[in-house]
Design a protein around this ligand. Structure first.
Ligand code: PGA
Ligand code: ZN
Length: 401
């Protein structure tokens, strides 16, 4: 089979939150079809690539179809560059970031079929050749208690995560994580007057707590009680852009300046020794907040997400200003495989740790696990081990164990 593209189509599907998103299908020669499903975010950075509705995506797909049918591209980079040349906008507002990424991943799958390689091998050969000799096993960031816009409860912090370092195997680590998640459910049911707490958008439990610190304490004591403190720690995603109004933060029922919020976090880290990372602790415009917290926290992970939106330029700019030591990599924030891989590489070169991440509205597409393997990233953020997200846990086991 050759690399000629015979057709491209988009279809509407529904993500794990029941919200509409799209899948993109590319047909190669001989009628073989290659699919990608695109997740969708709810707490998005303002500088993310444009997300097209299904009706807009249909128009974009018609444009792309007229440009690529009958053509072949030797690499993902050339495919992406061709379409980016047609889009020409900063935020993919002509063809849509979700449509472009869907096409890019579906085309990657066509290449993997033609070249008879796993998708991660195609990605590594093309973008990360220099990492072939090392093989890093990423830490799992699993969101087990949901708050913020992902849950209907009183938590301002959006995500309370178990950070699970794989020791011998992912099979073993994920089994431990699943067991921990079940035990946490039983513990919280008790605390919730015998009612099992409902799940938030990413599969973590959702209920009211005394304050934002209580879930951290609960996770830490359970990790210690279960004898897991060698391999599990606790991470947060504040998603603080959602708490920012008139240059102040709404947090814990109060209105706090950036400096006061910094002091709250400092106390959290001083009190909870298993707390190891904090994502988007401040609004995406508050780079001074990021820089001062990074200085305070030393080698704990201060992670950019809405702050850096998988943009190589923003990662470079904020790394130079010492704002963070880790970044979230979300392919649909930037909109093509090539640009995502460039962001990973630039982060590595700058000594910034990379965490490849899902979105709150997920599908069963496992592309990000292949990206994590090819790019030798330090972490994968994939939610709680339930429902659609199980597919990503299984792919971790398949690709790494
Ligand atoms: P999302 O948020 O709802 O935009 O996917 C997830 C995150 O902030 O990490
Ligand atoms: Zn985030």
């Amino acid at each position: 089979m050759n690399k000629v593209i015979e057709n491209i189509e988009v279809r509407q599907i529904f993500d794990s939150r029941g919200e509409p998103t799209i899948e993109v299908e590319i047909m190669g020669s001989g009628g073989k079809k290659f699919l990608s499903q695109i997740p969708s975010g709810k707490s998005r950075g303002s500088r993310e690539a444009m997300v097209f509705s299904f009706s807009e995506a249909l128009i974009s797909a018609a444009t792309i179809r007229s440009l690529i049918i009958g053509r072949s591209f030797p690499s993902i980079r050339e495919f992406d560059e061709f379409l980016l040349g047609e889009d020409e906008t900063k935020n993919k507002s002509k063809l849509g970031g979700n449509v472009l990424l869907g096409a890019s991943i579906a085309f990657g799958r066509l290449l993997s079929h033609v070249e008879n390689k796993e998708l991660w091998e195609v990605l590594q050969d093309e973008f990360f050749g220099e990492y072939k000799k090392e093989s890093y096993r990423p830490t799992i960031f699993s969101n087990v208690i949901n708050g913020g816009v992902h849950a209907e409860n009183n938590l301002d912090i959006q995500e309370f995560m178990v950070v699970a370092r794989p020791k011998r195997s992912y099979t073993e680590t994920i089994a431990r994580l699943e067991k921990f998640y079940r035990h946490l459910g039983i513990f919280l049911k008790d605390k919730n007057k015998g009612k099992h707490p409902p799940l938030g958008d990413e599969g973590g439990y959702s209920m009211n707590f005394n304050d934002n610190f209580e879930p951290i304490q609960i996770l830490q004591s359970m990790i210690i009680d279960e004898g897991l403190s060698e391999v599990f720690s606790v991470g947060l995603d504040v998603a603080a852009s959602g708490l920012f109004e008139n240059h102040l933060y709404r947090f814990g029922g109060k209105t706090l300046s950036s400096e006061k919020l910094h002091d709250v976090y400092k106390k959290y880290f001083e009190t909870a020794e298993l707390l190891c990372s904090i994502e988007d602790p401040f609004d995406e415009s508050d780079k001074h907040g990021f820089a001062s917290l990074k200085k305070t926290l030393g080698n704990k992970w201060v992670v950019g997400d809405d702050f850096t939106v998988t943009s190589s330029e923003l990662i470079q700019e904020y790394a130079a200003e010492n704002c963070m030591n880790a970044v979230i990599i979300k392919p649909n924030q930037i909109g093509t495989i090539s640009e995502t891989c460039r962001a990973i590489k630039i982060a590595h070169d700058l000594g910034i740790k990379t965490i490849v991440s899902h979105r709150s509205g997920e599908t069963e597409d496992v592309f990000i696990i292949h990206l994590a393997k090819a790019g030798n990233v330090r972490g994968v953020k994939i939610g709680a081990p339930v429902k659609e997200r199980i597919a990503k846990f299984n792919e971790l086991i398949r690709l790494f164990d």
